[in-house]
Design a protein. Structure first.
Length: 94
């Protein structure tokens, strides 16, 4: 694994995410609808969008609290501010 805290790998439209922060590592599987990528992605690829989403999540909860499998659209159900704040996290990746 690289030195990055969040590593996203895309396989067949599914994103495998490894998070290393503090002690240990967690792994997650994220799906992303094309419509959500077009609406939220601001011209970035799916992996970058998922990485930004995890940066958002990690500021709000420990890595162990993030669901093991979910669709990116589920984040807004738990954190209503997600879509409004996401551009800041996308910009930080550039």
């Amino acid at each position: 694994m690289s030195d990055k805290a969040i590593v996203v790998t895309e396989t067949d439209g599914r994103f495998d995410v490894a998070v290393r922060k503090g002690a240990g590592e967690t792994r997650h599987e994220v799906t992303l609808k094309a419509a959500d990528l077009a609406r939220l992605g601001a011209g970035v690829g799916g992996a970058a969008l998922v990485e930004a989403a995890f940066a958002f999540l990690l500021e709000r909860e420990p890595k162990e609290s993030i669901l093991a499998r979910f669709d990116l659209s589920a984040i807004s159900r738990y954190f209503p501010e997600f879509e409004r704040k996401l551009p800041r996290y996308l910009k930080a990746l550039k």
